[in-house]
Design a protein around this ligand. Structure first.
Ligand SMILES: NC(=O)c1ccc[n+]([C@@H]2O[C@H](COP(=O)([O-])OP(=O)(O)OC[C@H]3O[C@@H](n4cnc5c(N)ncnc54)[C@H](O)[C@@H]3O)[C@@H](O)[C@H]2O)c1
Ligand SMILES: Cc1cc2c(cc1C)N(C[C@H](O)[C@H](O)[C@H](O)COP(=O)(O)O)c1[nH]c(=O)[nH]c(=O)c1N2
Length: 170
């Protein structure tokens, strides 16, 4: 039985292990009094369907984090394989206006940009924020859902992109 992390559980060892965990890729957006912002996130997961709630983890020292807190709302846009270049743009070092110019957007009920062609989009009110280490965990109540039938999804695994085909899809 162990009650404390052993010395081998370093930040690098943790990241190396997490790199082997395949994850869906999302562009998370917001707009409002705190300004428009968006970033690529794999740290997104479903929490409960009653009320429909998901979570998003965002680095607290990132340039985008404050806009999400200030607006109190966001949209999770789940990416298709053709969105890989968009994922790289929203993944850092690209000015915000250039990120948004690279795709077509509509506006969700919260005012957040909704990506045209996203596999699914979840427009949400941020219901709770919990700071854990370097990240803020944003719990988000889903207010509006968009998107079509899933066919192929973009995943990130082994520090690179790949795609998966949904069972039954052509
Ligand atoms: N949760 C996150 O914040 C997260 C997730 C994926 C990628 N990234 C960022 O994207 C870039 C490329 O990542 P990579 O996968 O090629 O190599 P990497 O070695 O930086 O990350 C490997 C894996 O560790 C996890 N991870 C990375 N940074 C993290 C962080 N700060 N907090 C919690 N988990 C983290 C992710 O699952 C990631 O896929 C890096 O700058 C990385 O920080 C961040
Ligand atoms: C594939 C992939 C996956 C993630 C990221 C990157 C990439 C390439 N990044 C990093 C994040 O997108 C990047 O730091 C943003 O651009 C934040 O804005 P600034 O870095 O401050 O411009 C990221 N950041 C974060 O806070 N939570 C996450 O889940 C992820 N996931």
């Amino acid at each position: 039985m162990c009650y404390a992390a052993d010395a081998t559980v370093t930040k690098d060892r943790y990241r190396d292990a997490m790199a082997s965990v395949a994850a869906a890729v999302n562009v998370v957006t917001t707009d409002g009094p705190g300004g428009r912002a968006g970033f690529t996130a794999t740290a997104v997961c479903s929490v409960t369907d009653s009320p429909p709630t998901l979570l998003v983890c965002v680095k607290r020292d990132s340039s985008v984090g404050e806009a999400f807190r200030a607006n109190g709302s966001l949209c999770v846009n789940t990416l298709a394989p053709e969105h890989q270049p968009l994922s790289n743009m929203f993944g850092g070092r690209t000015p915000s206006d250039e990120r948004f110019a690279a795709a077509t957007w509509t506006t969700g009920c919260t005012g957040a940009p909704v990506l045209e062609g996203a596999l699914a989009s979840f427009d949400c009110r941020i219901s709770k924020v919990v700071d854990v280490g370097t990240h803020a965990v944003l719990f988000c109540e889903v207010l509006e859902i968009g998107g079509g039938e899933p066919t192929e999804g973009l995943i990130y695994v082994g520090r690179r992109y790949d795609s998966v085909t949904a069972c039954g899809a052509a």
